[in-house]
Design a protein around this ligand. Structure first.
Ligand code: P53
Length: 478
């Protein structure tokens, strides 16, 4: 084991998701997805979900940054930075426009053939998420999204078609993006984007969320098994939003509260990795009286479709305290998280915590002992374009530098097995949470604002040259 430097072949790159940059929402036979019915929010509020397309509303994902028509030039810029890999997703609705068809849409398949070929031309390895907040909207209206067991088969069909088609072009896969976001079932955003669920008035939100997550975990396990049969060299991972929850103090109640919260947010990973539900979650369901549709056959499938690695996003940490009267240490994401006075926050209220990344890498290693892949990390910020067109995004460089330092320490000092690092939104794109364009993450600036005005012109920010140097030096020149 080297004790200096990142391994050779470390996968430096950048990450995006189809719906946040492609646009062309009806091109090439594409169907409507959940992302197509979401409007713009603000730094303080999630975006609105409408029932179908409402005239007069602005839907930022419809055009996004029109990567669909600009991908050759954009990938050329990624290659200029020296990307070894590029993480994107396959828009489900380009392949199965409604989601329940028997046969895929050839024009959609062809688009990703061309896109992956373009990456491979520059020796950029595609890293592909199958489901990144892109469920066909038809599956929402006709089937109730992942409330419905039938969705397992629709997803598996989609995954199988992709594995088969791209088996010689794509080696690294992930099944469901941030599957655990829906632990925040109190808000409408995550259940809709993760699972295509609109809650109705008297729904038991929490029970429905666990049911949907179960169907997704089964769908994921089936896909992993099929993928490995199609190409034994595939590396198929899960994808978890990793926001570590710290105890507010060393009061034993706070410590236990943080632990219970971590269990509630991350049991999804246990199922992906170990192929079974941990006891704590089964006990919790019993206590709550949840009656979930989980068959013996499902449990069998889970054991046979465990993942090869853990992909995760890391942006921030959070803190929690035990409230008086919460005798079961139950967790409510909407009301229970508290600020951490020891870290700074972004303009969107995200708590910036580079050491938390090292903590997270170690925590995941201690829990799961699998290779890890940081498939998202980054700083959403307002950028200012100078009169000469330059963008001096020193704050972004600072954020990424501090996180990369901690990532290196985790590898060099702690021996964490890390496959790569793909900062989020390597080119400016539509925010998932708020729908804004002006929450920017990119090394590449895209001229477009929150109302959809702009030329879509691309330009290099200061962070572009910086990141190029980082990759060139394999993380030594920060
Ligand atoms: P935006 C919440 C918390 C952590 C990650 O997010 C999250 C979210 C959802 O908002 O999402 C991931 O765009 C997600 C990406 C998303 C990115 O983080 O809200 O995988 O699709 O764009 C950043 O700033």
């Amino acid at each position: 084991m080297n004790n200096k430097g990142l391994p050779n072949g470390f996968l430096w790159g950048g990450a995006v998701a189809a719906h946040q940059l492609e646009g062309a929402w009806q091109a090439g036979g594409k169907g409507m997805s959940v992302a197509d019915v979401m409007t713009v929010g603000s730094p303080k509020s999630y975006r609105k979900i409408t029932e179908g397309i409402v005239p007069g509303q602005y839907y930022p994902n419809h055009e996004a940054i029109d990567f669909y028509h600009h991908y050759k030039d954009d990938i050329k810029l990624f290659a200029e930075m020296g990307f070894k890999c590029f993480r994107t997703s396959i828009a489900w609705t380009r392949i199965f426009p409604k989601g329940d068809e028997q046969a895929p849409n050839e024009e959609g398949l062809k688009f990703y053939d061309d896109l992956f070929d373009e990456c491979l031309k520059y020796n950029i390895e595609p890293v592909v998420t199958l489901s990144h907040f892109e469920l066909p909207y038809h599956l929402v209206t006709e089937y109730g999204g992942f409330r419905n067991r039938k969705l397992i088969d629709f997803f598996v069909r989609f995954a199988t078609v992709c594995f088969d088609r791209y088996k010689n072009k794509v080696k690294y896969w992930m099944t469901f993006n941030e599957i655990n976001n829906q632990a925040n079932y109190q808000e409408d955003f995550a259940p809709f984007t993760n699972s295509g669920i609109y809650y109705k008035e008297n729904d038991n939100r929490e029970e429905i969320m666990y049911q949907a997550a179960h169907y997704e975990l089964v769908a994921s396990a089936k896909a992993v098994q099929i993928g490995h049969a199609i190409n034994p060299d595939f590396q198929i991972g899960c994808m978890i939003a990793l926001v570590p929850i710290y105890p507010e103090t060393c009061k034993p109640g706070d410590i236990l509260m943080a632990q219970k919260t971590m269990e509630r947010k991350y049991f999804f990973t246990d199922v992906h990795v170990h192929g079974k539900y941990p006891n704590h979650i089964k006990k919790y369901w019993q206590r709550k009286g949840f009656q979930l549709d989980i068959t013996d056959q499902d449990l069998e499938i889970l054991t046979r479709g465990t993942v090869d690695y853990i992909g995760f996003s890391y942006y921030m940490s959070n803190a929690i305290r035990k409230k008086a009267g919460n005798d079961h240490y139950d967790y409510n994401e909407k009301t229970d998280l508290i600020g951490n006075q020891f870290v700074k926050v972004s303009d969107w209220g995200w708590q910036i915590d580079p050491e938390g990344l090292r903590y997270t890498l170690n925590w995941l290693t201690d829990m799961y002992h699998l290779p890890l892949f940081i498939v998202e990390n980054g700083f959403g910020a307002y950028d200012k374009v100078e009169s000469d067109g330059s963008v001096h995004d020193q704050y972004r460089i600072e954020y990424l530098r501090e996180h990369i330092k901690q990532m290196k320490l985790a590898v060099e000092e702690d021996g964490v097995d890390l496959m790569g690092y793909t900062p989020w939104g390597c080119i400016d794109l539509v925010s998932a949470g708020t729908g804004e364009m002006e929450k920017r993450y990119g090394f590449i600036y895209v001229d477009k604002d929150n109302q959809g005005n702009g030329t879509l012109k691309r330009s290099r920010k200061d962070s572009f040259a910086w990141y190029k140097r980082v990759i060139e030096s394999n993380g030594e020149d920060l």
